[in-house]
Structure formats: structure tokens, C-alpha cells
Ligand binder design. Structure first.
Ligand code: DX5
Ligand code: ZN
Length: 223
């Protein structure tokens, strides 16, 4: 369909946590965003990292920090996340079926705001809110863990989101998160994604910069 230019957002979840400064320095000149997966062990069955780690990340990079909040109450730590230096937050519609107050709180703290849908959640669940969002995120794996296999069945939702945004002239980016690598970035781009998250495919690659370039090339050429 489109995708003249895409943003690549490596997910730090797959990086070496003992050397985050080096991991970030290795890719930061080649990517637009850094994707931060915050998990609470309750909304998802895993715990990742929180505010102190994000402060540490902010101290070593000027990249746009895209914080994917996988917690039961995504509104609870918005002031702290803003203070720690994230630029945008995304909250799951499964956690906040009425996202208005969460979005308002995010905006009060100067944060970009987006909504995320799990593989089993239809696009219709977020459609009424797309107009005010900066970002809509289509999960291509069940949230909670990196390194899972891409679920191709979510691609029609990416197309639906892209069509919704184009038909209404909206500004929202369409992000796809989970299981993305050079081998499927083309179909993700062709479906209409403008932001591709990739964790394992970047940070577990022998050459992360090469991996980023391959993902970008595939996504922009739709191949
Ligand atoms: C899953 C996270 C994803 C994940 C992506 O809950 O939201 O961002 O870390 O990692 P890969 O690319 O390894 O699937
Ligand atoms: Zn994520």
C-alpha cells in the first residue's frame, strides 16, 4: 500500500541489560525511536523494568523514547514516566476501555499518547479514539515476552487502521509490535505500518545496525 518512510523502534527488552549504554550507542544513529516495554507482572505475566532504568536510558540518549505500558493501571505512573524523560506512552485498551482520563493525564504531562490492541482485540475497540491519538499499536504477539513468533493474522487490522487514518486525514502513526524482522517487515510495511518495533531481530543480531537497515529496506520497499 504505502510506507515511503518508516520509523524503526528497537525494543530494549531484547538488549543486554548489563550494558544498556553500549547497546543504545550501537544503534542510535540508525533508528528514530527506542521502544521501552514496561511490565508489572499483573497485566502481563512478566516483569521488565521501570522508572530508574528509564532515567538511566534517558541519561545516555536523545532518542525519542516510546514507552509501551503493560500494567493494570497505565495512568498511575505517567507523572514519573514524564519526569524520567519518556516522550510518548501507549496504553492497552484492554487495561483502559475508557481511555479518555488516561490520555488527558498523559497530555497534562506533555506526553504523546497512543492505544495498543492485543492480537485478539478487534480494531473497532480503538477506532472511536484514533482521532485524538498520536499512535495506534497493533500487537503481533501476545504481550509479555520478546522473541515470540509474528502472528500474520493481525495484518488485516493493520490495514484497517491505516485505512481509518487515511480516510479521515488523521495524524496517528500505526505501529506494529512483536516478532518483526527483515523476513516479515515488508508485509508489515505493505499493510500500512509507519513504526516497526523490533527487539530480538535487532539486539540479538550479530550486527544490530545491519539488522535495522534490512528491516527498514524491507518495510519501505514492501518486500
Ligand atoms: C512484547 C513487547 C514487544 C517485544 C518485541 O510484550 O511489547 O515490544 O519486546 O520483541 P520481539 O521483537 O523480540 O518480538
Ligand atoms: Zn512493546
Amino acid at each position: 500500500m504505502m510506507s515511503a518512510s518508516v520509523k524503526i523502534a528497537p525494543s530494549l527488552l531484547a538488549a543486554d541489560f548489563a550494558h544498556l549504554d553500549q547497546e543504545i550507542a550501537g544503534i542510535e544513529a540508525h533508528v528514530e525511536w527506542l521502544h521501552l516495554d514496561v511490565m508489572d507482572g499483573h497485566f502481563v505475566p512478566n516483569i521488565s523494568f521501570g522508572i530508574p532504568v528509564i532515567e538511566g536510558v534517558r541519561a545516555v540518549t536523545d532518542l525519542y523514547l516510546d514507552c509501551h505500558i503493560m500494567t493494570t493501571n497505565p495512568g498511575a505512573y505517567l507523572p514519573e514516566l514524564a519526569e524520567a524523560g519518556v516522550n510518548g506512552v501507549t496504553a492497552h485498551i484492554e487495561a483502559v476501555p475508557d481511555p479518555g482520563p488516561t490520555e488527558m493525564r498523559a497530555r497534562e504531562h506533555g506526553l504523546d499518547f497512543g492505544l495498543v490492541i492485543n492480537p485478539g482485540t478487534p480494531f473497532e475497540a480503538v477506532a472511536p479514539f484514533v482521532e485524538s491519538c498520536d499512535l495506534i499499536v497493533i500487537m503481533a504477539v501476545e504481550p509479555g515476552f520478546g522473541g515470540q513468533e509474528f502472528i500474520p493474522g493481525v495484518l488485516p487490522k493493520v490495514e484497517a487502521a491505516r485505512e481509518w487514518v487515511e480516510n479521515r486525514g488523521l495524524r496517528a502513526d500505526i505501529q506494529v509490535d512483536g516478532g518483526i524482522g527483515p523476513e516479515n517487515a515488508g508485509t508489515v510495511g505493505a499493510a500500512g505500518a509507519s513504526v516497526l518495533v523490533a527487539g530480538s531481530a535487532v539486539f540479538r543480531a550479530d550486527d544490530p545496525v545491519h539488522a535495522v537497515k534490512e528491516i527498514r529496506r524491507a518495510a519501505e520497499r514492501n518486500e
